[in-house]
Design a protein around this ligand. Structure first.
Ligand SMILES: Nc1ncnc2c1ncn2[C@@H]1O[C@H](COP(=O)(O)OP(=O)(O)O)[C@@H](O)[C@H]1O
Ligand SMILES: CCCC(=O)OP(=O)(O)O
Length: 390
């Protein structure tokens, strides 16, 4: 039997959509996404209309309707830490995401909402798979240094776990028998330690290297001073995560453009690009320590792993720790489709999540607090639709 699956994967720079029959890709598209910056507080649904338009246009192109799908599989964005694997997306989860009070939102949270809306319209189910918040790290990795504030361990779980499995296979081993450091080098970056199938620690741009468009780890005293100096608005601070990194130094985030400038002798571009590689190496070193100085391989993946210049600089600096394996691009769409097929075939159980933020007793209370906090959003059709759910 052939299952029809729509895989939805919005990232910082693009919306990737794939139509799969079982795990065979019929059509996949990667549409660049340009973030609009509007002053004031952000909300997870800000990009809903633009991203949904891309998905509906894709379905048109493939000659399918939402009703033709058996399952919608989303990259996620979960409202709280979860385990790896598949979770059912239901109205409680979507409400918890939409009514939460967050300073910024990753597009993978919106993905969950979009998958739910499409599935609901079609009378089908939606799941998310290997969420970026899936966190099975040991307690020691969760110590933040601030009592009462748990440090989260999240990374490009979907791609790194899939790539880990592929590299393990080439080594003649199971992923669950290997120790890997995996650097996902894309518009956003993460470095993670994989120890016998569990990601025991990880950092993303907020604690690790700058990326083409994110500022990376910043001295926290400096950051607090910036926040309270009066020189920067909330939007300015939020833009550090979307318009920081190489983009803020060079005015370019497209790595091919940066490399073209270097080839023409642009010394500043070369210095900043090298600085980004240097920061990736520092994070790899940290995660080598997490693995107690023992790794089967250091794996470099993501779009920037296509660059021999960049991966070469990294290998020069960390190659003595463990063999470096380069797996350019990402396998997220295939990982989503395969997760969906396993669920539809009954080979993997779909988990459910019941979550309310700290101090909140019911969904109704969360909704009421949201309506009082964000009256500016109440007339948006997408917000109205989510409010009407509960
Ligand atoms: N052939 C290439 N060589 C070097 N960098 C590339 C290449 N193709 C894409 N990139 C860079 O990879 C990044 C996007 O990677 P990707 O893994 O698709 O990230 P994301 O999903 O976070 O948008 C961009 O910064 C892009 O410029
Ligand atoms: C866990 C990090 C998520 C991230 O940075 O994703 P993108 O690279 O898609 O923005």
């Amino acid at each position: 039997m052939s299952y029809h699956i729509l895989a939805i994967n919005p990232g910082s720079t693009s919306t990737k959509i794939g139509y799969y029959e079982n795990d065979t890709c019929v059509l996949e598209e990667n549409t660049p996404f340009r973030k609009e910056f509007v002053p004031g507080k952000v909300h997870v649904l800000d990009e809903f209309d633009a991203r949904m338009e891309t998905i509906l246009a894709f379905l048109d192109k493939v000659g399918k309707k939402p009703e033709d799908m058996d399952l919608f599989v989303s990259r996620a964005g979960a409202p709280c830490p979860v385990e790896y694997g598949a979770y059912r997306i239901d109205k409680e989860m979507v409400s918890a995401i939409c009514f939460a009070d967050r300073p910024t939102y990753h597009a993978s949270l919106l993905s969950v909402v979009m998958a739910f809306c499409l599935a609901r319209q079609a009378g089908k189910q939606a799941i998310f798979y290997d969420a970026i918040d899936a966190d099975q790290a040991p307690p020691i990795a969760h110590v933040s240094g601030i009592p009462g504030k748990r440090r989260g361990v999240g990374c490009h779980n979907l791609n790194t776990r899939m790539v880990g499995r592929e590299v393990a296979q080439t080594l003649g081993k199971a992923y669950e028998d290997c120790k890997f450091i995996i650097a996902h080098l894309g518009g956003g970056m993460s470095i993670s330690a994989h120890d016998h199938g569990i990601i025991t620690d990880a950092c993303t741009s907020s604690e690790g290297p700058m990326s083409p468009q994110r500022c990376g780890r910043v001295d926290f005293v400096q950051l607090v001073r910036m926040c309270f100096s009066g020189e920067y608005t909330l939007t300015d601070m939020q833009r550090l995560t979307d318009s920081g990194g190489l983009l803020s130094y060079l005015g370019a985030k497209d790595i091919l453009e940066v490399e073209a400038r270097i080839a023409q002798g642009d010394e500043k571009a070369e210095f900043m690009y090298k600085a980004m590689a240097y920061q990736v190496c520092k994070a790899i070193g940290e995660h080598f320590a997490v693995l107690e100085g023992e790794a089967d391989a250091i794996i470099l993946t993501g779009g920037i792993a296509n660059s021999k210049l960049f991966t070469g600089w990294i290998e020069e600096r960390v190659g003595r720790m463990a063999p470096v394996r380069v797996v350019p691009g990402e396998r997220e769409m295939l990982a989503l489709a395969r997760g969906g097929v396993r669920v539809l075939r009954g080979e993997e159980k779909m988990k459910t999540l019941s979550f309310l933020p700290d101090g909140c007793e019911s969904l109704e209370e969360l909704k009421t607090a949201f309506m009082a906090r964000r009256p500016d959003l109440l007339d948006k059709p997408a917000v109205q639709a989510i409010l009407a759910l509960s």
